[in-house]
Design a protein around this ligand. Structure first.
Ligand SMILES: [Fe+2]
Length: 307
């Protein structure tokens, strides 16, 4: 595919220093508004803004020819763009997010040694304690995996992101449109919202134990941060646990998401039922997802910025 990975995002928040501290605490590396894993530094950038918001999403294509093809598609739907310095930039006319498309090398994360697990008839860990027990600290997140955003205009927004090269993986009628710009089942999801806003972003962890431990440690050290989980989504297949960062944006710990390498081998489904939230744990999505505690502040901030 022309688009092949999510490079990163920029968020705007009233107190960037608080988010700096948060990303340091959860094990990212960096500083001064630029954070990521040791493999993918600088994936998340932070700037000061009057209310919490998504400012920019950066995605990678393969080469300059992809940029030219994308420009033709944007011309076809009447979307203005800037091209130069080897990049293509647009401001989403509905949601005001800045989108940057640029060529970048293919990249996947180097695997960490798998934890040895004992199963019936398959005793892999013998005479030693489980690794997660003896690890001195939780394993850090490996990368930014996806963003989920609310929008006031699904059809116009979908038209734009499909023109940019995103592909649909699955959908839930009227609720969720799962799109990918890589082999991940989803890197970007649009859902109806009262104003455009960042609902959550997701950080990938090595495995189930890493998700459980990292989320548990954060929960034990902070009050009023639980959102939903643990569970395993039916759509995307990923193990999840959603908590709230200090800016009020939800962040998801995830692992083991579906990978789509052959479009023809993947059946897009749009018939997901009300029970598709999780295979185990809660049988429905928390209302918090649709009504974050600071939604009125976000709405007021958006309206003021558009006035
Ligand atoms: Fe998610």
């Amino acid at each position: 595919m022309a688009l092949h990975r999510l490079l990163g995002m920029e968020v705007g928040v009233p107190e960037p220093a608080v988010l700096d501290q948060f990303y340091r605490e959860i094990g990212f590396e960096g500083g001064d508004g630029s954070w990521g894993s040791s493999d993918l530094p600088g994936q998340i950038r932070i700037s000061e803004a009057p209310y919490r918001q998504l400012r920019e999403m950066r995605v990678a294509c393969e080469d300059e020819a992809d940029l030219a093809a994308t420009a033709v598609r944007l011309d076809g739907i009447g979307i203005k763009y800037q091209s130069g310095e080897g990049r293509l930039r647009i401001t989403d006319p509905v949601n005001k997010w800045n989108i940057v498309v640029e060529p970048a090398p293919a990249h996947d994360l180097p695997p960490k040694p798998e934890r040895l697990l004992n199963k019936p008839g398959q005793r892999n860990r013998v005479n030693e304690r489980a690794e997660v027990i003896v690890e001195p600290s939780p394993r850090p997140p490996r990368r930014l995996g996806h963003l989920v955003c609310g929008t006031t205009d699904i059809p116009r927004s979908m038209e734009l992101y499909l023109a940019l090269g995103f592909r649909i993986s699955d959908s839930v009628a009227g609720i969720a449109n799962f799109m990918r710009c890589s082999r991940d089942h989803h890197n970007f999801l649009l859902t109806p919202g009262p104003v455009p806003y960042l609902n959550h972003y997701a950080l990938e962890y090595d495995d189930f134990d890493s998700v459980m431990r990292a989320a548990s440690v954060y929960l034990r050290n902070h009050e009023d941060v639980h959102v939903d989980g643990p569970g395993r989504h039916q759509i995307g297949g990923n193990v999840f646990w959603y908590l709230k960062d200090p800016s009020g944006t939800f962040f998801e710990h995830f692992t083991d998401m579906d990978v789509i390498e052959d479009d023809d081998a993947w059946e897009i489904r749009s018939d997901w039922g009300a029970d598709s939230w999780s295979v185990y744990g809660s049988d429905h999505q928390s209302e918090l997802f649709f009504k974050p505690g600071d939604m009125q502040e976000v709405i007021a901030g958006w309206n003021k910025a558009q006035a």
